[in-house]
Design a protein around this ligand. Structure first.
Ligand code: HEC
Ligand code: HEC
Ligand code: HEC
Ligand code: HEC
Ligand code: HEC
Ligand code: HEC
Ligand code: HEC
Length: 392
């Protein structure tokens, strides 16, 4: 009897040791200095909960019926090309597909693997084949609530072979497993399927925080943040660079943007576009170039404290709450001072409800247009201009 329980105890001890080793070696794919969002939750509940609803959290997701906004039900599941060619969005137990048909018979097809975009304006989808991601020919365009030909794709036929580079993930995710090789002179990126950390997570903005989380777990009485970059101690340029890394338009980085940490200088990662000339900065045309437009504005140049965080809560969604933004304008342009609006067409009380609409208007993009299903003419995406000025 004694011998049996001894054996049992020994067995249990061994099992516990093996299990604890498994847990101990389960490191973050980005490396042992990262902790992952779940480990921030216990101490930063409000930031955690706010972030779960944000566009950053949904900047990419696994493609399934929850994340894909467009319809899979006939007749709304069809996009027509000329010459009796259609693409249908179809689903079966193995997944979601875009299938091209010519005169009713199936041709090429692509499986939805990744959803890019929460769908504030649009969503686009990636398929995966032999270590490569491809952008699917049909996207979803929120403005018209329908499927649309993907931006920049041929209008004449469905195209399934547009490769997606790793840079796409470097603004829309927190990690992707990619290796770069050379085939002859050609640079080739190879991805491991589904090894993606979807969305922009805590440590994507704050940098690796394992040491911080471990320290505070061991020292619960310590109320001053240790082993983490304190955003408030950074210079204005460093603070704005934390956002500009993804919000300064498409460009060719010299270093992987995944390596960027708060406190770094963005000019060490990307050159030309980021340091654009004043006139280039003022064109509202690039993919998310809020950085160039804001820094070209007088509000930014002639005040030394304006940053993205003045108006935006880094964790929460403040969409469609323009009064909250108008109030930020008023903090620098107080009524009844010579810094207030000089427009005499409206009384001050009325002006105060519209600052943003007049001085940061929504404008159509001249670069990103989508051809919605069943329409002859492409429709432009619209952008909230971050060039704050008097628009005539
Ligand atoms: C055991 C508790 C604990 C855990 C776990 C923890 N933190 Fe903290 N963190 C703190 C404390 C305490 C502070 C200082 C008080 C404050 O600012 O809330 C802090 C502050 C911060 C700050 C603000 C720094 C500043 O002053 O600007 C950031 C950013 C931060 N933590 C990020 C994280 C992230 C990301 C994680 C998850 C990877 C995490 N923390 C996990 C306890 C924790
Ligand atoms: C790693 C890339 C990345 C970083 C860093 C980043 N963003 Fe974003 N941001 C995105 C992407 C991608 C979207 C679009 C997500 C979507 O709609 O799917 C976005 C969306 C937004 C939106 C629109 C949200 C909404 O709900 O309407 C705001 C505002 C924003 N970001 C502000 C910021 C600010 C401020 C910072 C710096 C503190 C920042 N971002 C840092 C990538 C980033
Ligand atoms: C330099 C960073 C960057 C790169 C690279 C990038 N994006 Fe984005 N993307 C953004 C930002 C920032 C936004 C939000 C812009 C805005 O609302 O003005 C965005 C928005 C989007 C949206 C709309 C999201 C929504 O919710 O409405 C889609 C779709 C999208 N990007 C797809 C892609 C695809 C596909 C690629 C790669 C081929 C890509 N992006 C590359 C930064 C980037
Ligand atoms: C888009 C970038 C971004 C993401 C994602 C992000 N943060 Fe932050 N966070 C910031 C910025 C910028 C500040 C400083 C805000 C300011 O100065 O107004 C901040 C401030 C903080 C602070 C200190 C002030 C506060 O609000 O309590 C904590 C703690 C924090 N973040 C934790 C987190 C945690 C935990 C997550 C993930 C759930 C997270 N952050 C995700 C950009 C981000
Ligand atoms: C951090 C302070 C600050 C904030 C916040 C701020 N501004 Fe300004 N703004 C300034 C300064 C400083 C100037 C330059 C001096 C002046 O004209 O008063 C300026 C200039 C302007 C101008 C004249 C621009 C030109 O090219 O002649 C307009 C219009 C303006 N701001 C509107 C706004 C609106 C609208 C908001 C809110 C969306 C806003 N500002 C938020 C500080 C700020
Ligand atoms: C003076 C205030 C102000 C500042 C500073 C500011 N924004 Fe905005 N931003 C706004 C307003 C207002 C909106 C529109 C919100 C809405 O429509 O709900 C907006 C919307 C956005 C969006 C969504 C874009 C769209 O077209 O829908 C993104 C992305 C964004 N801001 C990023 C940034 C980044 C990055 C910075 C810093 C470079 C920044 N913002 C600085 C006021 C500001
Ligand atoms: C109906 C559109 C409208 C609204 C709403 C509005 N403005 Fe203006 N604003 C203008 C126009 C137009 C001018 C130029 C007036 C002139 O020169 O006669 C102007 C001028 C200004 C200026 C001075 C620009 C300069 O040349 O130095 C500032 C600062 C400013 N507005 C800030 C604001 C703020 C802050 C709000 C919200 C309280 C606001 N505006 C609301 C249209 C508007």
């Amino acid at each position: 009897m004694l011998k049996r329980s001894f054996c049992l105890i020994t067995f249990l001890v061994v099992v516990v040791i093996i299990l604890s080793q498994c847990v101990g070696t389960k490191t973050d794919p980005r490396g042992p200095v990262y902790a992952g969002d779940e480990s921030c939750k216990s101490c930063h509940r409000s930031a955690f909960d706010a972030h779960r609803t944000s566009a950053h959290h949904f900047a990419s997701t696994i493609a399934d019926k929850h994340s894909v906004l467009g319809s899979f039900l006939a007749p709304s599941n069809v996009f027509n090309f000329p010459g009796d060619v259609t693409v249908r969005m179809e689903s079966d137990t193995s997944g979601l597909y875009q299938t091209a048909y010519q005169h009713g018979s199936p041709q090429e097809k692509g499986r939805f693997a990744v959803t890019i975009g929460q769908g504030r304006k649009a969503q686009t989808y990636l398929s995966f084949k032999e270590n490569k991601y491809y952008q699917l020919p049909i996207s979803y365009f929120t403005q018209v609530h329908s499927w649309a030909n993907s931006p920049g794709f041929p209008a004449t036929h469905p195209y399934f072979n547009r490769l997606v580079p790793a840079t796409c993930f470097s603004c829309h995710s927190s990690y992707v497993n990619v290796t770069t090789t050379y085939e002859g002179m050609q640079r080739v990126e190879k991805f491991a399927e589904n090894e993606v950390m979807y969305g922009i997570n805590c440590e994507r903005c704050h940098g690796p925080a394992k040491e911080h989380a471990d320290f505070h777990t061991r020292h619960p009485q310590e109320k001053t943040a240790q082993h983490i970059t304190r955003t408030g101690n950074l210079t204005r340029q460093q603070q704005v660079d934390m956002c500009a890394v993804c919000h300064s338009g498409l460009k060719t980085p010299q270093r992987s943007l995944f390596e960027f940490k708060p406190g770094d200088k963005l000019s060490d990662y990307i050159m030309a576009d980021y340091l654009a000339t004043a006139s280039e900065r003022q064109s509202n045309d690039v993919h998310g170039n809020q950085y160039q437009l804001l820094t070209a504005s007088k509000c930014y140049r002639e005040s030394n404290q304006l940053t993205c965080n003045t108006c935006h809560d880094a964790h929460a969604v403040n969409r469609n709450n323009l009064q909250a933004y108008n109030n930020q304008c008023l903090s620098c342009h107080q009524p009844a001072t010579d810094r207030f609006c000089t427009n005499k067409a409206l009384p001050p009380a009325a002006l105060q409800q519209q600052c943003v609409n007049c001085h940061m208007p929504v404008q159509p993009s001249r670069v990103i247009t989508l051809l919605p299903s069943g329409k002859e003419q492409p429709v432009a995406d619209s952008l909230r201009s971050h060039l704050i000025k008097v628009y005539r």
